[in-house]
Design a protein around this ligand. Structure first.
Ligand SMILES: [Zn+2]
Length: 424
């Protein structure tokens, strides 16, 4: 049963952390490691780029190691002298998504990556692990970081760019979401701050975020662009913007992302944050969300509230897409003989680890794809870009369609567990 196993995982991580006192190992700032991932559909190499000190640490001082096991990568920070695990975090990248496209079978490409953790007091060993097609992690890259090195850039971000829109809580015990402006000119920053307010209200109206409104800080970080909007390569539209966002990611027209995660983080550093949402000044439909990377959404489409919460479901809680009929660039994203790590889909290889405990005895397994079962937690075939062999928890959900009223029960539980992780 998932609730029991997660609880025991959490307890295990708390007990392992009992001996780790934040102040013994870290200062209240952020260490940022920029690197590149390069390769093709089957190989990945890591190349270091730079280190930087950022002025705030917005994360928990208590929950330092990651109990969730989500993501296609996880990085670990060890005390170099003793080998003690001090910090870990799972994440996903656009690079790994690209690896599942047809192009990655033909050629090699390189993507920028950023990893952050609290700024260490002593030398640490940074280890990056990659998840294989079999679902297991293996060591991909390792380096020792000396916090005293003068090659760690200590340039300060422009603090005047950040303003707190909602919330008064201590960032260490709050969920801090930094919205970074994209495609807003200097003259449009009042619109940006008002747009951030609207976006925050959409999140606060969505369960289970609605229960935790007083524990969530919302930050607006201005990143002024020369021009308004975003690129639409398929229509020959190119706009000079701060974060170089673009539609047609992996040649999918509605998939809107930026591959310049370095600049996203340069701006986000002006505010303490746990999560980044790139808010794009456009009335078009689209967005994207990558777990512990960033989420992106346009500000002014009528479906923006749905797209925002859907993409934040990816970016914040590692939720999978529960749809299987829309066009995507991926080829065999999930192997059917491996249990996916995402909490809201299953191949039934290890369904016990997922939401079996939430299904009532009277509900048939698998559950018929029938409107009669709307709002019932079950095991519905179709999800994760595949109509066969991958199952989802609900007839409809925010992670499946824009018609759904809310996140399904399973997605809500996963989001709530993640919120609580940041509030400790
Ligand atoms: Zn769901």
């Amino acid at each position: 049963m998932r609730s029991v196993s997660l609880l025991s995982l959490l307890l295990l991580s708390f007990s392992l952390q009992a001996q780790i006192v934040f102040d013994d190992y870290f200062t209240d700032r952020t260490m940022r490691f920029d690197f590149m991932m390069a390769g093709n559909s089957t190989t990945t190499k890591v190349y270091p780029v730079s280190f930087r000190e950022e002025p705030f640490w917005g994360g928990s001082l208590v929950n330092l190691t990651d109990p969730f096991g989500y993501g296609n990568f996880v990085y670990e920070v060890f005390d170099a002298a003793t080998g003690t695990l001090l910090y870990s975090r799972g994440f996903c990248t656009l690079y790994q998504e690209w690896q599942t496209t047809a192009e990655a079978k033909q050629m090699e490409r390189v993507f920028h990556e950023v990893a952050t953790f609290p700024f260490p007091k002593n030398k640490v060993s940074f280890v990056l692990n990659i998840r294989g097609r079999d679902g297991k992690f293996s060591r991909l890259y390792e380096t020792v970081i000396d916090p005293a090195s003068y090659f760690i850039t200590r340039e300060k971000p422009d603090a005047s760019l950040a303003s707190r829109i909602y919330g008064t809580g201590d960032p260490h015990t709050s969920l801090d979401i930094a919205f970074v402006a994209e495609g807003y000119t200097k003259g449009e920053m009042e619109k940006f701050r008002n747009d951030v307010k609207r976006m925050a209200d959409f999140i606060f109206q969505e369960a289970p975020f609605d229960k935790y409104q007083d524990r969530i800080n919302i930050w607006a970080v201005e990143a002024p662009s020369q021009e308004s909007g975003t690129d639409v390569p398929g229509e020959g539209i190119y706009v000079n913007t701060a974060l170089s966002s673009s539609y047609y990611t992996f040649d999918v027209d509605r998939y809107l992302t930026t591959q310049d995660i370095r600049r996203v983080n340069d701006y986000a550093a002006a505010a303490p944050h746990d999560q980044i949402i790139v808010l794009i000044n456009s009335p078009r439909y689209g967005g994207g969300g990558v777990y512990n990377y960033y989420s992106a959404v346009t500000a002014d489409h009528q479906l923006t509230p749905k797209v925002l919460t859907h993409e934040f479901g990816h970016g914040f809680a590692g939720l999978a897409d529960e749809y299987y009929s829309s066009e995507v660039a991926y080829e065999e994203f999930y192997p059917l003989d491996v249990e996916p790590w995402e909490p809201n889909i299953t191949t039934r290889v290890n369904f016990e680890s997922k939401w079996k405990d939430l299904i009532a005895r009277s509900v048939p397994i698998p559950t018929p794809n029938d409107k009669r079962y709307t709002g019932v937690t079950g095991l519905f075939e179709g999800g994760g870009y595949s109509a066969k062999g991958i199952y989802r928890p609900s007839f409809d959900c925010r992670m499946k369609s824009n018609q759904a009223d809310s996140f399904c029960e399973v997605c809500q539980r996963a989001i709530e567990e993640m919120i609580l992780f940041y509030l400790k």
